[in-house]
Ligand binder design. Structure first.
Ligand code: 13P
Length: 251
């Protein structure tokens, strides 16, 4: 069965209680919007508060990461169960900022996806090439390599999202061109379909991230291959974020 489209905001290490309050004041209630899921992923400390505040608006909350173990002596880390307890329904996993900043990220990604699934949280698995890889025409090989781990393992019964976020487009103001987005999303779908049956291949969502703003979102969202967007900077402003949600409704 086809899924609702997903519009997700990743607040990264930004935002605070004031921003949550500002959303409550300025972001319209979208509970009556059909075929669309709207999600905000704040930092861990605000998850519970964001969940309580945003459920009245019809916005779900998710985390930006989780630890790869269920529990234990991991000072400063946060488990998927803790995230679930605070009301989250999604976890972003393998964001390029984490892959770049934490050397062990790549080797723990599949474990993190499993921890999310253990708690009935939908993983948003981030993939994408960097500028040098793009210039060397290595995008396909990079994506295959990043997705290999999931395809080797049994995710057949699982609801998951793949976020295509080319690293060079994140926070740079440079967006992948529309044909590039279509082509890459089709490629990701093909990689997934080679491992899974058609039903799973259709129901998994592939979303785009990288400098999505109100002025470019409409064209991106109109692409048949795009099942949603993952937004950084523009998700920190309730009016900008709502403009993008509104575009989606039109599409
Ligand atoms: P920007 O929208 O700020 O480019 O960030 C994209 C991103 O990294 C979302 O996860």
């Amino acid at each position: 069965m086809p899924h609702d489209k997903l519009i997700a905001g990743n607040w990264k290490m930004n935002g605070d209680i004031k921003l949550i309050e500002e959303f409550v004041k300025k972001f319209p209630n979208i509970k009556s919007f059909q075929n669309i899921e709207v999600l905000i992923c704040p930092s861990f400390p605000y998850l519970g508060q964001a969940f309580e505040a945003f459920k009245r608006l019809g916005i779900k909350v998710g985390a930006q990461d989780c630890h790869y173990k269920t529990n234990g002596a991991y000072t400063g880390d946060v488990s998927s169960k803790m995230i679930r307890d605070l009301g989250a329904s999604y976890i972003i996993i393998g964001h390029s900022e984490r892959r770049d900043n934490y050397q062990s990220e790549d080797s723990h990604i599949f474990e993190k996806v499993k921890r999310a699934i253990d708690e009935n949280l939908t993983p948003i698995i981030c993939v994408g090439e960097n500028l040098a890889e793009r210039q060397n025409n290595d995008t396909e090989a990079v994506l295959k390599n990043q997705l290999k781990i999931f395809l080797k393992n049994d995710l057949k019964e699982v609801d998951f999202v793949v976020a295509y976020e080319p690293k060079w487009a994140i926070g740079s103001g440079q967006v992948a061109s529309l044909p590039e987005i279509s082509k890459t999303h089709s490629l990701i779908r093909e990689i997934i379909s080679q491992a899974f049956n058609m039903e799973i291949e259709r129901s998994s969502r592939i979303i785009y991230g990288g400098s999505v703003k109100p002025d470019n979102s409409e064209k991106i969202l109109k692409l048949e291959e795009v099942d949603g967007v993952l937004i950084g900077g523009a998700s920190l402003d309730p009016q900008d974020f709502f403009s993008i949600v509104k575009e989606f409704k039109k599409v």
